[in-house]
Design a protein around this ligand. Structure first.
Ligand code: HEM
Length: 150
């Protein structure tokens, strides 16, 4: 079963557009700043860090470039990201549902430190939606697999 991750492209009528994010001061420089800061924190985080140290296929530099492209696509509507987030997370061994909550809190702290204040709730809305989608994909697929193998 394949669960597509097109959620990062989903918007509602009240969501800011790419132009709105640009007007809030979100540009490629800010995106790189918060991405680099977030993964510096993740690198030393006792919960999130080991997934990257032990299971990441990409190098840290490749991952950071990829994540700049990802957030550029999500916030500024560029088409620079062409990865596949769902399989990258379903393959992670030892991932727990609660780890997503920790990811969200850690990410929000980073945004507060790096981004224009008004943009933070809007970026967080996108981040939480994607985190929920990934969490659902990871744990729903696991439940399906366990039921099918009974
Ligand atoms: C507990 C939470 C999370 C953990 C432990 C985690 C861990 C990882 C790891 C280890 C990779 C590298 C995969 C590889 O290159 O082999 C990765 C890739 C990625 N992560 Fe996460 N992640 C989490 C949550 C999130 C969330 C909430 C988002 C988005 C808001 C996200 C977006 C991505 C993207 C876009 C990639 C690149 C996928 C690709 O290669 O196409 N992650 N993540």
């Amino acid at each position: 079963m394949f669960i597509p991750i097109d959620e990062y492209k989903m918007t509602s009528a009240t969501d800011p557009t790419a132009q709105d994010f640009a007007d809030m001061g979100i540009d490629e420089t800010i995106i790189r700043k918060f991405v680099e800061h977030f993964y510096n924190v993740v690198h030393d985080d006792t919960i999130l860090g080991p997934f990257f140290h032990e299971q990441m296929q990409a190098s840290w530099d490749e991952h950071i470039d990829k994540m700049c492209n990802f957030w550029s696509a999500v916030l500024l509507g560029t088409h620079r990201f062409n990865g596949r987030p769902m399989p990258a997370h379903t393959k992670l061994q030892g991932l727990k549902e609660a780890d997503f909550a920790h990811w969200v809190i850690t990410f929000e702290k980073t945004l507060v430190e790096c981004c224009p204040k008004a943009s933070v709730p809007h970026i967080m809305k996108k981040a939480k939606m994607i985190a929920d989608s990934l969490k659902h994909g990871v744990f729903y697929r696991t439940a399906m697999h366990m039921n099918n193998s009974k």
